[in-house]
Design a protein around this ligand. Structure first.
Ligand SMILES: N[C@@H](CCC(=O)N[C@@H](CS)C(=O)NCC(=O)O)C(=O)O
Length: 220
């Protein structure tokens, strides 16, 4: 196997999703830090790697890929093709893809709406509307877990890897899952045994601490 590099920053949820799966698959990875608050994602050298100017980016032996969920799928397809993490059965895979798209288009943007104004424009308050929106989405996630161990059924899949860093950030922002989201709380406790969880949690804490510094209190 050639060299694997991940362009990453610890606070970033999609970056953490990729690192969690790399740890689980025991892939030897070199991490290249990209300081978003310093604007390194806009540097000419980085834009050559990802013209979109976003992390994460995986470089696998010269093959460059952005978009965290595409990276998750690629890692399983290239390292453990057909594994339960991303099975080839059409219906099983479709459910995983549905969760991934929901995460990409709804869950993650809801978190971005909470953090972005403060991180990039130093807005000192998180709007109640953005917090209410996130809570509504957490209830949908709670529903997906009803009667299941994991987000796409009874096996751990890349859907769980995609969602975990988002929920870790929600928890580090001070949200108590145990109060009204028992399925999510149970799932989150189970996910803490995934290799790399502590590293993921440290990244979530870092982001939460930056937010607390800007808004003067925890998000929740
Ligand atoms: N859909 C992308 C989202 C990537 C993304 O938004 N990355 C953020 C960090 S969490 C970023 O690089 N932001 C830099 C910027 O917007 O300037 C993925 O899942 O990889």
């Amino acid at each position: 196997m050639g060299k694997v590099t991940l362009y990453f920053t610890a606070g970033s949820m999609p970056s953490r999703a990729c690192l969690l799966l790399l740890r689980t698959l025991n892939v030897d990875v070199e991490i290249k830090q990209v300081d978003l608050l310093e604007g390194e994602q806009h540097n000419e050298s980085f834009l050559k790697i990802n013209p979109v100017g976003k992390i994460p980016v995986l470089v696998d032996d010269g093959f460059t890929l952005s978009e965290s969920r595409a990276i998750l799928a690629y890692l399983v397809n290239s390292r453990k093709p057909g594994d339960k993490l991303y099975p080839t059965d059409a219906k099983k895979r479709a459910v995983i893809d549905q969760r991934l798209y929901y995460d990409a288009t709804v869950v993650f943007p809801a978190l971005v709406a909470i953090v972005r104004p403060s991180l990039y424009n130093k807005v000192t308050e998180v709007s109640q509307e953005s917090k209410n929106n996130l809570i509504k989405i957490l209830r949908i996630l709670e529903g997906y877990l009803k009667g299941h161990n994991y987000f796409a059924g009874d096996d751990l899949t890349i859907a769980d890897f995609s969602i975990l860093p988002n929920i870790t950030s929600v928890v580090e922002f001070g949200f108590d899952l145990s109060k009204e989201l028992p399925n999510l709380d149970k799932w989150y406790k189970k996910m803490q045994s995934v290799p790399g969880f502590d590293e993921n949690k440290a990244g979530a804490k870092l982001l939460a601490d930056i937010m607390t510094k800007i808004i003067g209190t925890s998000v929740f």
